[in-house]
Design a protein around this ligand. Structure first.
Ligand code: AMP
Length: 305
């Protein structure tokens, strides 16, 4: 099934306790599509400025990502500068330069309009809504957001919630959006606004999936070394949505499997800067990590008598 993503295509400058990277390939749509491309073909909608090193995008094209919806506009590309200190769970944003994103109006190529699975990655919620208006009859729509948009575009975000099947956000963002400190209550609050599923990520502590009937939890893979957490959330979402689009099965059991695929992809991306690891990972690596997850959480419930 076709999977469409709209989001940022950025140049990131990142500092972690283990090193620095300047102006590397980043952005929510970039991480998402690199991750999802291990599951199914991906169509990307976004914008870059005339200063973007387009040759670096070849790596995405080679992974079967359709860039027909990536507009090149006059002006500066979107740039994000962030830092992680020893707590790798939270990024400190040092600078966000919207550049060409400030006057971007997404226009979907005709062949993208029939997408069945749609991911509205982290971007201005007004743009997320504009993309949704152009998709004819999607089967499953999910969105992401972040503190920047919760603060500056709350009204648009609340409108967006009415039109999506799932929202994914991290624990801090869930608390900020709902003004609830308890995450179960925060999830209930969001479920009442539209989405049937809420995925709350807790960095190295895993992710919770809430529906009205059940809660599912998947731990994060216990890696010995996390190098750069940037993009973990988007790569998680890419694995999750890619798996759903590939299997075209929205049953509760399959959504649980998708969460584990998402967790596996999140655990790969943090092993190196930018999308480097997402480009080198193989189907075998992914399968092995999913089996490791299975072992990690399996136990025998029967007590010896
Ligand atoms: P995450 O998966 O949450 O670590 O997302 C990291 C990516 O989000 C980085 O590559 C940034 O370029 C991108 N990003 C940061 N701030 C924003 C923003 N306000 N809008 C869209 N994308 C952003």
């Amino acid at each position: 099934m076709s999977l469409l993503v709209v989001g940022s295509v950025a140049l990131d400058s990142v500092e972690t306790p283990f090193g620095k990277a300047d102006e590397v390939l980043g952005g929510s749509a970039t991480y998402f599509s690199a991750s999802a491309s291990h599951q199914c073909p991906v169509q990307l909608v976004g914008v870059i400025g005339d200063d973007y090193p387009v040759e670096r995008l070849e790596a995405l094209r080679e992974r079967g990502i359709d860039l027909a919806g990536l507009e090149s506009a006059e002006g500066e590309s979107f740039r994000w500068r962030g830092r992680y200190r020893h707590d790798l769970n939270s990024a400190e944003t040092l600078e966000t330069r919207l550049g060409v994103f400030s006057h971007f109006r997404p226009k979907l190529p005709d062949q993208f309009k029939s997408a069945q699975y749609v991911f509205l990655a982290n971007i201005d919620p007004r743009l997320q809504l504009q993309v949704l208006e152009q998709v004819s009859k999607p089967k499953f729509v999910a969105c992401d957001t972040m503190n920047f948009w919760i603060e500056s575009r709350r009204g648009d975000l609340m409108e967006l919630l009415k039109h999506v099947d799932l929202i994914t956000l991290n624990d801090g963002e869930a608390r900020q959006l709902t003004e609830q400190s308890n995450l179960v209550q925060a999830a209930r609050w969001i479920l009442a606004k539209g989405p049937k599923t809420v995925l709350i990520k807790k960095g190295e502590h895993g992710a919770f999936m809430f529906t009205k009937d059940e809660i599912f939890y998947a731990p994060a893979y216990p890696l010995e070394a996390v190098f750069d957490p940037t993009g973990a959330g988007d790569s998680f979402a890419g694995g999750f949505m890619g798996y759903l689009a590939r299997t075209n099965d929205l049953s509760a059991a399959n959504l649980r499997r998708a969460v584990v695929i998402g967790s596996a992809m999140g655990s790969f991306v943090v092993e190196a800067f930018s999308i480097t690891r997402l480009l080198s990972v193989t189907r075998d690596d992914i399968d092995r990590r999913v089996s490791d997850f299975h072992r990690l959480v399996s136990f025998d419930q029967d007590m010896p008598s």
